[in-house]
Design a protein around this ligand. Structure first.
Ligand code: SF4
Length: 333
């Protein structure tokens, strides 16, 4: 299948990642990513990452209380402000909006985000009627300009959050570009992937923004997981390696899982777009993975290296990994 059949991702619609300990390492390994996505940063991160080419970022405040107490004067150079954990305990939504807006305006920060608790099971959550009334009040005004406001309506269950945002966007299509999808609590990789897929598959939600959220123990590789999710959605323009391996069957001639794991460890930091396949058998592997730039398939006591489905080399079983890496190196250089 030709890559040009797949849509290109609008990078502005994806935010990576607040709860993420090795940002400097990431930007050192993937210097070209710094200018692509929007990054969620803590106020301290903004200083630490000033040497990297991070063009778009939002500064995360964990609560309205932290936002109200923060010294914002050092944060006026760029980015926008996102305030987490807003609920009815903080007062009326209109008053909260005015407070956040005024503090941001004082620092010449154009855009703000309100992350609002809308979990139907929580008595402190804002109701749909309250959200509707807020939008109605500002409809047609500059307050709802996507350059100035982002709205994140959160519920603990991903399906509840998606349903809430869908209902809202269908009633109020004028705010579909304002809607930011981000769970209040970490999701596992599959739940994050489902959230991405539902967002980009929905005409009313696809123009808003999204941020995955992973558990802290996974956060060492969190950025790679987010990129893998985007690649698996087959956007045509995600840099880095799109890794394919076969599910194996009775034809399988090699240990696909361990070979794939070893190769993945060697290629995961490649930034150039590249599809790599590890397939179980020579009979069907090259054909099944003919959309891969380069791949390997198992044979009897041997392996074959293929490029775009065409076998170019036959190697001994112990030489598969290095032979594949040699061809990959030619691509990457
Ligand atoms: S590539 Fe070969 S081993 Fe893998 S699923 Fe296809 S037929 Fe089975």
């Amino acid at each position: 299948m030709n890559d040009t059949q797949f849509p290109a991702l609008d990078f502005k619609t994806v935010e990576l990642c607040y709860n993420w300990p090795k940002k400097e390492e990431f930007f050192s390994n993937f210097p070209n990513y710094a200018g692509l996505f929007t990054y969620q940063l803590s106020p301290d991160d903004v200083k630490t990452l000033s040497g990297f080419n991070v063009n778009h970022y939002c500064v995360i405040f964990e609560s309205l209380e932290k936002y109200s107490q923060a010294d914002l004067s050092n944060l006026s150079a760029g980015g926008f402000f996102s305030i987490n954990g807003i609920d009815r305990g903080h007062g009326a939504l209109e008053d909260i909006f005015t407070f956040v807006r005024n503090r941001a305006d004082a620092q010449k920060i154009n855009k703000i985000r309100l992350c609002v608790n809308c979990d139907a099971r929580d008595k402190n959550a804002f109701s749909e009627d309250e959200i509707d009334a807020f939008i109605e009040r500002h409809s047609g005004t500059v307050a709802l300009d996507p350059q100035r406001l982002s709205l994140c309506f959160q519920a603990r269950r991903p399906s509840g959050m998606i349903d809430f945002n869908r209902r809202l966007a269908s009633r109020r299509p004028e705010i579909s570009k304002l809607i930011h999808m981000e769970p209040p609590e970490p999701l596992n990789e599959i739940e994050n992937a489902v959230m991405f897929a539902l967002k980009y598959g929905d005409p009313l939600l696809k123009n808003g923004t999204v941020a995955p959220k992973f558990a802290p123990e996974e956060s060492g590789r969190l950025y790679l997981s987010a990129l893998e999710i985007l690649r698996s959605l087959e956007f045509s323009n995600i840099p880095g390696v799109f890794f394919i391996s076969c599910p194996t069957c009775s034809r399988c001639r090699i240990d696909v899982i361990s070979l794939a794991g070893r190769i993945y460890d060697r290629v995961r930091l490649i930034e150039k777009p590249l599809k790599i396949a590890v397939m179980g058998c020579e009979v069907n592997g090259p054909g099944e993975a003919s959309h891969a730039d380069v791949g390997v398939a198992g044979s009897i006591d041997a392996g074959v290296i293929f490029v775009r489905g065409k076998i170019i080399r036959r190697v001994k079983i112990g030489e598969i990994e290095d032979a594949l890496m040699a061809v990959i190196s030619e691509y990457v250089e």
